[in-house]
Design a protein around this ligand. Structure first.
Ligand SMILES: *Cc1c(COP(=O)(O)O)cnc(C)c1O
Ligand SMILES: [Zn+2]
Length: 608
């Protein structure tokens, strides 16, 4: 007896699985799985269901899978529901829970859906799968496809977070980066499936069925009760729809006491669901160019938008938005007060709860479950960009001691986005003014000798015609303190002149002292930095041979007069020493040469 049918969610047309398992052949709407629940409960061992520990595999009877032989599990689900007491306390909430979906096999809730989707692909005789993704879907599908021997073609927008890309590539998927949005990828993947006969994986009906298990688990983990709210980030809407469906099924089967209010969270940079919710309709309008740090929800055309909006209205829930800044702040709070590291998209729910509390919309006793959808390790760059980079010191206890005693760790904490905008010097300060500002703004004590050097650096900044912001000052102070570690430098760059043009090689003339001796160096190169560093390398010949193994340029503010940070790794191959040096300047060539000078001197200090 057939336990389920596949119908178009929009026009109700019934589909045979061989006809389509993604979109309606009549109207293009999304398909949905409808069950004969009697057929399910007839086969259900309720006693086992009620006593076995939570895990996605426990709910096989609730999935549209005919032959369990096609199921390949990596132990999805069974994720902890953490009572976030401290985070809750900070918000005046007694019953705040985090469902940590980042602990799934590939670090995201999508594995629950992939479990079902790949089983269906095999059941329907797929020879390969293809899909569009913002990164997590790709990593999840690629892992499962590889294991069951299905070639996997993945289309991602260019700029997908590195962790997700690494996961996908290491699984052996055939990845193509598209110079467009997620919605462009989705459209191309659909055409690709049609043209080549691949199985189209993604936010379609079977996936949502797998994601229902979060709903079941929440009820079980709250001892067979429903929470008052389930708060979840929304991209295509497939996940919240799946969760809502699972919660509804458990209610209908008599396993829980009520339907929670579903809260869908988006950001102003991609908010089609919030916009439709506000208009009181399930007819969303596409967002052409999503723009948000929460890349996993950057779906401008939410495939399951109709479903999730209906679910939200039916549960008397709502859709709301939080800004990227709120999300980044919530990501930090969630870790520091909740002990859960979620990716930016995963932090949207916590940001939403914070916002609701500030609006007085939650009661202290409300039971709130926040879905933290993905693991923070997938997208380390976003928090790294928002947080100051830790300093490096020589392996010497004296340095460590001064770092702690002078509270140097504290100046790093000042490198906030606000500090970038705060101008501390518009005109040249004198020694005394500078000392005062360092003490007042950065809250640290530095000696007069350091102040003199900092002053020289501030001057060279302003000589370039730039005002000095608080973050510029932080970086200058750190650099100077860092340089003080080098007592007897090998290389000092006195001045330089570089010529570069469109059609000729760049040439560099540099005045230096090397080992106390004044020298005039010259070299040409493919570009200004190459010419200058080649000249310096020549000059150092015989004393120290250093290889540049890594060179990154980071533009710290958005404008063309921005402060530039250069980071270099230099290796002294002969002695197997390696250092990383860093320098900042409004001028990229100056920053590069300063970083090189510092790196050479750090390597030199290691020899002596
Ligand atoms: C996919 C994803 C979402 C969005 O889920 P939808 O089902 O598209 O609404 C949210 N967070 C993370 C981490 C995701 O990977
Ligand atoms: Zn239809």
């Amino acid at each position: 007896m057939q336990r389920y049918t596949l119908k178009c969610y929009d026009c109700g047309t019934e589909h045979d699985e061989q006809q389509s398992v993604t979109t309606c052949f009549k109207c293009g709407g999304q398909l949905e799985v409808y069950y004969d629940y009697e057929a399910i409960t007839d086969r259900l061992n309720v006693q086992a269901l009620k006593t076995a520990p939570v895990s996605a595999m426990k709910y096989l009877p609730f999935y549209p899978i005919d032959n369990y032989k096609n199921v390949y599990s990596l132990q999805e689900g069974g994720t902890p529901l953490i009572h976030a007491k401290k985070l809750g306390e900070s918000l005046g909430l007694k019953q705040l829970f985090i469902k940590n979906e980042g602990l799934n096999p590939t670090g995201v809730f999508k594995d629950r859906g992939t479990l079902v989707e790949i089983a269906k692909a095999r059941e329907l005789g797929a020879t390969a799968i293809c899909l569009a993704s913002t990164g997590n879907m790709a990593a999840s599908c690629a892992a499962y496809a590889q294991i069951v021997g299905l070639p996997c073609y993945v289309l991602v927008p260019q700029g997908t977070p590195v962790g997700k890309l690494a996961q996908t590539l290491i699984s052996g998927a055939r990845v193509i980066q598209i110079r467009g949005t997620y919605s462009d990828c989705a459209r191309l993947a659909q055409e690709m499936a049609k043209r080549f006969g691949y199985y189209l994986a993604g936010d379609y009906a079977f996936r949502a069925e797998g994601q229902k298990s979060q709903g079941y688990e929440i009820v079980e983990q709250l001892f067979w009760k429903s929470p008052d709210y389930v708060v979840c980030p929304v991209g295509c809407g497939t996940n919240l729809h799946g969760i809502g469906k699972g919660l509804r099924e458990y209610l209908d089967l008599g396993f829980s006491d009520k339907m929670p209010r579903l809260v869908g969270v988006q950001t102003p940079g991609c908010n089609p669901i919030v916009d439709a919710y506000k208009r009181g309709t399930n007819q969303f309008k596409s967002v052409a160019k999503p723009n948000t740090l929460a890349s996993a929800i950057a779906a401008g055309t939410p495939l399951d938008g109709h479903k999730v909006l209906d679910d939200i209205f039916a549960s008397e829930g709502f859709a709301m938005e939080v800004t990227d800044d709120q999300t980044i702040a919530a990501q930090l709070n969630m870790m520091r007060l909740g002990g859960v590291f979620g990716e930016p998209s995963g932090a949207l729910g916590v940001a939403a709860v914070e916002q609701l509390v500030s609006e007085g919309k939650l009661k202290a006793d409300d039971t709130i479950v926040v879905i933290v959808t993905g693991n923070g390790l997938k997208d380390p760059k976003t928090p790294l960009d928002a947080l100051p980079e830790p300093p490096s010191i020589e392996p010497d206890f004296g340095e460590l001691e001064s770092f702690i005693e002078n509270k140097l760790y504290a100046i790093h904490e000042q490198l906030t986005p606000k500090a970038k905008q705060k101008v501390v010097f518009k005109t040249l300060p004198d020694q005394e003014q500078l000392h005062k500002v360092i003490t007042k703004e950065l809250g640290i004590e530095v000696n007069e000798h350091a102040v003199t050097e900092i002053l020289a650096e501030v001057h060279s900044f302003m000589d370039k015609g730039k005002t000095v912001s608080k973050s510029d000052l932080v970086m200058i102070v750190e650099e100077v303190l860092d340089k003080q570690a080098v007592v007897d430098p090998l290389l000092t760059i006195v001045d330089f002149e570089i010529n570069t043009s469109l059609h000729h090689q760049a040439t560099a003339k540099i005045k230096v002292t090397i080992g106390g001796e004044d020298k005039q160096l010259m070299h040409s190169g493919v570009g200004p930095v190459d010419a200058a560093i080649s000249a310096l390398r020549d000059g150092l010949d015989g004393k120290l041979m250093a290889k540049l193994t890594d060179y990154t340029v980071n533009i710290l503010t958005g404008d063309i007069d921005a402060t530039v940070e250069v980071k270099m790794t230099l290796v002294d191959g002969k002695r197997n020493n390696k250092v990383v040096s860093r320098a900042t300047s409004p001028d990229v060539i100056v920053a590069s040469l300063k970083a090189y000078e510092k790196g050479i001197n750090l390597l030199w200090a290691k020899i002596k």
